[in-house]
Design a protein around this ligand. Structure first.
Ligand SMILES: Cc1cc2nc3c(=O)[nH]c(=O)nc-3n(C[C@H](O)[C@H](O)[C@H](O)COP(=O)(O)OP(=O)(O)OC[C@H]3O[C@@H](n4cnc5c(N)ncnc54)[C@H](O)[C@@H]3O)c2cc1C
Length: 414
């Protein structure tokens, strides 16, 4: 990863072109204005909707508590206040880095003095025969398509949810609330094993059953076919499962294909430095950015698909571009998920191999907080229905505390 030097701070004569009208793109526009940038801003998005928030899609919206329009972040008033030119329904197809020019799917081009890549990620499909008929939950249009399919299904219909990670668990929870019979098919021995590690996934085991959701683990799916109105899920070593709909929650992949000939370094995302710069006048933020994250263990190259990280990236980049100075507070990634009737929250970016131990509450109480540590230093925290304890722990990560000191200070008890 190369470090890039900021040639000069933004001035009123600059034009910033932001590609990707999602959370990170929109928050960056807001942050630029907050920092006092008076120049031109153009925001380009391939969806037909103004920037909106995705987390509620698999929660309140799928449950039916919220209409999709309630997720809107950039209302007409917000757009007006932020003096932004919004170009929706058009995709960026290429980037000329030297000329800071973005080529668009309608044949036109936009030249700015800075380009910010915020094209996020998209839901991963797994290459099954019926892929084009399966559902994913990434966008408002995905939700609309899913709702159309659900409207034809009776109560108690079986819906296969492929993947027991965050999106799969949230979707299953919402579908169960609506009277459907979701069956979650997870390839690993336990859900979230590859994300939260052995101990934590063990402590989370049983949540699905408590919420009345059928969770099948160690499921090796061979194919999903659409046969005479039903979906047939076939396994390497089990009998077929018949379902009326199938949702795939198998992770996300960064939207970088449009940058293939740009010359930017692409490696599971757009590779950027500690200030999110990919070239002298190009930056990347949010889900698409693979950034250098300085922490107590060194500088790790990470791509993190968390809502809070997009917000922090947007604020960080705007500060750097407008003032030339980076914010002093270290980035502490934060994530939450509402699943099986519980709130899971996480701080830091622990590796699955980091050691985890419960330091507050207990599995029996159904409320706990665990600390992760690596080489005797706190690397993260995860909690189940203990939001206050988790937030009180943030300082330990900011101060790069040893596990020994953390256990003595125990801020979660305050
Ligand atoms: C259903 C769901 C639930 C989630 N729940 C949580 C949660 O509980 N907690 C949490 O921390 N995080 C959650 N997340 C993750 C969080 O929403 C993402 O980290 C965040 O949306 C990332 O923002 P982004 O702007 O980087 O990317 P996106 O939100 O993906 O926005 C990128 C935008 O760029 C557009 N785009 C892509 N390519 C192009 C192109 N070539 N030209 C123009 N536009 C393009 C995309 O269509 C999209 O509109 C959830 C995500 C989803 C999908």
């Amino acid at each position: 990863m190369a470090r890039h030097v900021l040639v000069k701070n933004l001035t009123a004569s600059d034009h910033v072109v932001v590609v990707g009208a999602g959370l990170a793109g929109w928050r960056f526009v807001e942050a630029l204005r907050r920092e006092g940038f008076l120049g031109k801003v153009t925001l380009i998005g391939d969806e037909r909707h103004a920037p909106y928030d995705r987390p509620p899609l698999s929660k309140s919206v799928l449950v039916g508590k919220w209409g999709a329009e309630k997720t809107t972040l950039a209302t007409p008033e917000h757009l007006d206040q932020n003096d932004v030119t919004l170009r929706l329904g058009v995709a960026a197809t290429g980037l000329d880095v030297a000329a800071t020019t973005v080529h668009l799917s309608d044949g036109s081009s936009i030249q700015g003095s800075w380009v910010v890549v915020a094209t996020g990620s998209r839901a991963r499909l797994l290459g099954y025969s019926a892929d084009s008929l399966l559902h994913t939950i990434r966008s408002r249009d995905d939700l609309e398509r899913l709702e159309t399919a659900l409207a034809d299904l009776g109560e108690g219909s079986t819906i296969a949810v492929i993947g027991g990670g965050f999106i799969g668990a949230e979707a299953a929870t919402a579908l169960r609330t609506r009277g459907f019979e979701p069956i979650v098919l997870e390839v690993a021995q336990r859900p979230l094993l590859g994300v939260l590690g052995a101990e934590v996934s063990l402590w989370l085991e049983g949540l699905a059953a408590q919420a009345g959701v059928e969770l099948r683990t160690s499921q090796r799916i061979e194919d999903v076919k659409f046969v005479e109105g039903d979906y047939v899920v076939s396994f390497e070593d089990d009998v077929d499962l018949l379902a009326r709909a199938v949702i795939v929650g198998a992770g996300a992949i960064p939207n970088v294909e449009w940058l293939a000939t740009s010359g930017l370094e692409i490696d599971n995302g757009v590779v950027v430095d500690e200030n999110l710069l990919a070239a002298s006048r190009v930056a990347a933020i949010g889900d698409v950015a693979r950034f250098a994250w300085p922490n107590v263990f060194g500088s790790e190259q990470v791509r993190i698909e968390h809502w809070q990280v997009s917000n922090d990236h947007a604020a960080h980049l705007a500060r750097v571009l407008v003032t030339g100075e980076a914010p002093s507070a270290p980035l502490i990634p934060y994530f939450w998920s509402d699943q099986y009737g519980k709130k899971i929250q996480m701080l830091g970016h622990p590796r699955v191999s980091d050691r985890a131990e419960i330091v507050n509450g207990s599995v029996e109480e159904g409320k706990w907080m665990a600390l992760y540590s690596r080489d005797g230093v706190v690397s993260g925290a995860v909690s189940l229905s203990q939001p206050r304890a988790l937030m009180l722990t943030k300082a330990l990560l900011e101060e790069r505390t040893s596990l020994e000191d953390a256990l003595v200070r125990a801020p979660w008890r305050a």
